[in-house]
Design a protein around this ligand. Sequence first.
Ligand SMILES: Nc1ncnc2c1ncn2[C@@H]1O[C@H](COP(=O)(O)OP(=O)(O)OP(=O)(O)O)[C@@H](O)[C@H]1O
Ligand SMILES: [Mg+2]
Length: 256
Amino acid sequence: MLCRDYELKPIVDREKLCKVLCFPRVEEECCFSRLSQIRGLGVVEIYDFGKVVLEGGVRVVGKGHAAVVVLARYNNELVAVKIRRLDSKRDSLEREAELLILAKVSGFVPKVYTYSRDFIVREFIDGPTLKEFIATASLQQLRNGFAKLIEAAYSLDRIGIDINEISRPDTQVIFECGDPLKPRFIDLESARVSHNTSNVTRIIASIMRYRRAYPSFLDLTNEEIEHMLMLAKKYKIVEADSRKGIVERIILTLLR
Ligand SMILES: Nc1ncnc2c1ncn2[C@@H]1O[C@H](COP(=O)(O)OP(=O)(O)OP(=O)(O)O)[C@@H](O)[C@H]1O
Ligand SMILES: [Mg+2]
């Protein structure tokens, strides 16, 4: 979903299209095969859109080590397409897509429409990354955002999906339309199914890291910090049934 109207320009120049489909190289063979693959999946247009500009001037939604992400049209929807980079150390995006599908019940990940080895066609989450959110949000919005993030992390813990990426959540979390109550985990590339999940403690660890960088972060007292660290320790060792009460106490501390 888009949060506002944008003027969308489809990429028509073949060289530019090949650049995003076969990043970081422009190989005719790859381009030919990926173009037919992506059309076969139902993607009809790719847009020159986003905050990241690739060499050659084409704009994309995101660029990571494993993929380039573009805004595209699929059926009648605007979607994000994660495109596997040619130099990615992963040989397939299928596992990430399957984990996203498994995590769908949580409501905190983008919906997957279709996928293949080289593409994931998924919901486009329009909004600031956690890093951008932190730079502009008020104290109350930040507290609400982190409280919701703890709830989101707990819902993934409950379904047994451990997301490694959220140890560094800066660009792994997007707040849909800047709404503190709508965080989404967008990258499940190194996530795994586990009996011993620790997403909640990872978010608490990230709060501690932000506090080291900005001591007034979330305006928490030393007692509140101690309390949260104690709860995080408990969270790690208790049985799954007792985790809910601990999460509620963490959220209460953040929202006081
Ligand atoms: N569904 C989406 N909606 C909106 N933006 C997205 C979406 N998926 C990815 N992005 C943007 O693209 C960037 C890269 O995506 P992603 O993290 O999935 O790629 P990656 O190659 O696995 O990255 P990394 O090397 O950081 O692990 C994200 O940080 C985000 O800004
Ligand atoms: Mg990744």
